[in-house]
Design a protein around this ligand. Structure first.
Ligand SMILES: [Zn+2]
Length: 152
């Protein structure tokens, strides 16, 4: 349990490493072909337990996949979490990430919004602060919680 993140709600970015090619059926959405490199998922958690509880969920492999992310999670290693307390910025982040990474499967994590996807790929480790420089100037800063940095 990432206690340092705490129970406050907010927006989070999960950074995953992927080490090998894997074809995964993502529920009814379709099939994704995971590639070696890095994936980033943008979401928010405003339920009980806030961001900490949601990250705890995504640290584990789900036996009953619910979110699109649960389907691909067994093929990925969670290496870090970026988060901002109290704000609903996941769609804003989806927009930022779409300018810096590629979208491997349309509609991923975006069933309830107009974003093309909330799940992104890059062969290189995403440099989240550099993507957010403009945002830093006007909004609250983002925090990073490094879970596992071997792939960084
Ligand atoms: Zn969205």
């Amino acid at each position: 349990m990432p206690a340092v993140i705490g129970k406050r709600p907010g927006t989070y970015l999960l950074i995953f490493a992927c080490q090998q090619v894997a074809a995964v059926q993502v529920g009814r959405l379709g099939k994704i072909e995971l590639q070696p490199g890095y994936y980033c998922y943008a979401g928010s958690a405003f339920g009980p337990g806030g961001i900490g509880a949601r990250v705890a969920h995504h640290e584990k492999i789900s036996q009953k996949p619910h979110w699109h992310l649960d389907y691909v999670r067994p093929q990925l290693q969670l290496i870090s979490v970026w988060y901002q307390h109290d704000v609903h910025k996941e769609h804003h982040w989806a927009n930022i990430l779409s300018a810096n990474m590629t979208a491997p499967l349309a509609g991923f994590g975006a069933s309830d919004c107009d974003c093309a996807t909330h799940f992104f790929y890059s062969a290189k480790l995403p440099d989240i602060p550099s993507y957010a420089v403009e945002w830093h100037n006007t909004q609250q800063s983002i925090n990073q919680h490094i879970i596992y940095n071997e792939f960084g």
